[in-house]
Design a binder for this molecule. Structure first.
Ligand code: FE2
Length: 279
């Protein structure tokens, strides 16, 4: 692969969970940028708060200072009310575009990379998700109309529970966007590929956090809940080793089509996370 003006290399990192995920991101994001000659980094941060749900303005700034260009989110974006003002005033943190227009923030943004405009769209699925949002497919279509004269380099984060809804959106947008990457389930899938009309796709990016956890959270209370069905308190797992996963996508800047996609996976068994650690 060549890194020149005509090629844009974008790293998409899966949901960062709590203090563990933030510590991994801080240690490795810049290093990954250098190692893979990354032009832009998009990270899903909706679980990056210390309790493993939501995000704060401080954490968005932390991501930006440590190598992220755009932070995407999902259903947990509303967990901290403090973030509402940030969403209303900034465009480097996205909330899913298919929430009601009165919700704070935006679901699409653009930024410049090597003189090229890159657009990022954040959508949320409806299958097995609690919030009754607008159709992500139709929302994507109307955003593409808005982007028509602006850029053809477009990356979509589809935050959804089911593989079917994410794969369906991938095919629906094939040839219309550069990449569709799934988030929310925190388990990386091995189906990364370039779809027939040139859109890079992966069903799920995976996550950044404790490897031997359940989606970044301590497994014991969750297993207890699965057995007893009684309510339990979830907590971020801060015991290593830790993992960071995502995909690297290369895009032809002229056509907006993807030319390459590969999974990125990093395991760190030396990192130590203090339970009191906070960003
Ligand atoms: Fe989520």
């Amino acid at each position: 692969m060549q890194n020149n003006q005509n090629r844009i290399r974008i790293l998409c990192i899966g949901d960062v969970v709590g203090s563990s995920g933030c510590a991994m991101f801080q240690k490795h994001a810049q290093e990954l940028r250098r190692k893979h000659a990354i032009d832009a980094l998009i990270v899903n941060g909706e679980n990056s708060d210390n309790k493993g749900r939501g995000i704060t303005s401080r954490i968005v700034n932390f991501f930006r200072q440590n190598g992220a260009d755009i932070v995407t989110s999902g259903n947990h974006i509303w967990a901290n009310k403090e973030i509402y003002n940030y969403l209303a005033e900034h465009t480097d943190l996205l909330r899913p575009a298919n929430y009601h227009s009165s919700a704070p923030g935006v679901g699409v943004t653009t930024f410049l990379v090597k003189g090229n405009t890159i657009a990022v769209i954040n959508l949320i699925g409806r299958v097995f998700m609690r919030d009754h949002v607008d159709c992500p497919f139709r929302t994507a279509e109307s955003i593409l109309t808005y982007l028509k004269d602006k850029t053809n380099i477009i990356v979509v984060d589809m935050h959804a529970e089911t593989s079917s809804e994410k794969i369906g959106l991938g095919h629906f947008l094939d040839g219309k966007v550069s990449a569709v990457v799934g988030t929310h389930t925190h388990v990386p899938t091995a189906d990364e590929r370039i779809l027939p009309r040139g859109t890079a796709f992966v069903t799920d990016l995976g996550m950044t956090g404790a490897l031997n956890s359940m989606i970044g959270m301590k497994k014991e209370p969750i297993i207890q809940h699965l057995i007893t069905q009684l309510p339990v308190k979830f907590a971020v797992d801060e015991i290593g080793p830790f993992i960071m996963t995502g995909v690297l996508i290369e895009i032809d800047a002229h056509t907006g089509k993807a030319t390459h996609i590969e999974r990125v996976k990093l395991i760190d068994d030396e990192l130590r996370v203090q339970s009191s650690e906070s960003v």
